[in-house]
Design a binder for this molecule. Structure first.
Ligand code: PGA
Length: 252
């Protein structure tokens, strides 16, 4: 492969205030400075997007948010528009994270609106999908992944796919310390790429980056990234520690 540009994204979730977020961003910029061939993205909370974007303005690291509305402005209490995201210096958005789905009840239909809005306004859009433990144990993994992929991307045109990244995050591996084995992850990624090939053309499927997420750590990143269909990582816990995140970005 080797044609897809690796993306390592750090999702800070609901962590960090201005001072510690800016400090962490600076430390991460230092830890990642030697690896300009890998795209690195940090997704801090909305409240510090501007500050973190400012801190990173001279680095290669790009900034994204963790959720986004589909409208430019209006009566959407509690939501943040893609235009506001860009105004804060961010260029990317994570959409459909399993915590949004599970804790806040976001459906595939709602997530699809977010994806379309983010793409329309030019944000690099990371659509998260993944099965729960129950779904895996019942043998429904592929059905769930196909459904979430098809519904999440409904109405997204082939030419917009250049701005879309898929993140495969098995829910049972998020924040649990349990990682999918490299074989399980590769199998899921290859399956998702096959679904993309059915929705779009093979070339689009080949060009779309599919990240793995779920307890990615310095100790397991190398074997995961060596898989042919794994094009990067979406990192939660380990992205809150500059040394760990730097090591993940510098996977071998
Ligand atoms: P984790 O989180 O790395 O802490 O498992 C990943 C994610 O939720 O994106």
């Amino acid at each position: 492969m080797g044609k897809r540009n690796t993306l390592i994204a750090g999702n800070w979730k609901m962590h960090t205030t201005v001072v510690d977020g800016c400090r962490l961003a600076m430390e991460i910029a230092k830890a990642c400075a030697d690896y300009p061939d890998r795209e690195v993205l940090l997704a801090p909370p909305f409240t510090i997007l501007s500050e973190v974007s400012h801190v990173l303005k001279d680095s290669e690291i790009i900034v994204g948010c963790q959720n986004v509305c589909w409208e430019e402005q209006g009566a959407f209490t509690g939501e943040i528009s893609p235009v506001m995201i860009k105004d804060a210096g961010a260029v990317a958005a994570i959409v459909g994270h399993s915590e949004r789905r599970q804790i806040f009840g976001e459906t595939d239909e709602l997530i699809n609106k977010r994806v379309k809005g983010a793409v329309k306004f030019g944000l690099l859009t990371i659509l998260c999908i993944g099965e729960t433990l129950d779904e895996r144990e019942k043998g429904h993994t592929f059905e769930v992944l196909e459904n979430q992929t098809r519904k999440g991307l409904a109405g997204v045109a082939a030419e917009e796919m250049a701005r879309v990244v898929i993140a495969y995050e098995p829910v049972w591996a998020i924040g649990t310390g349990k990682t999918a084995s490299k074989e399980q992850a590769q199998e899921a990624h290859a399956f998702i790429r096959g679904v993309l090939g059915q929705i779009y053309e093979k070339t689009i499927a080949e060009q779309t980056r599919i990240l793995y997420g779920g307890s990615v750590k310095p100790t397991n990143v190398d074997e995961l990234m060596a898989q042919p269909d794994i094009d990067g990582a979406l990192v939660g816990g380990a992205a809150l520690d500059a040394e760990s995140f730097g090591r993940i970005v510098n996977f071998k």
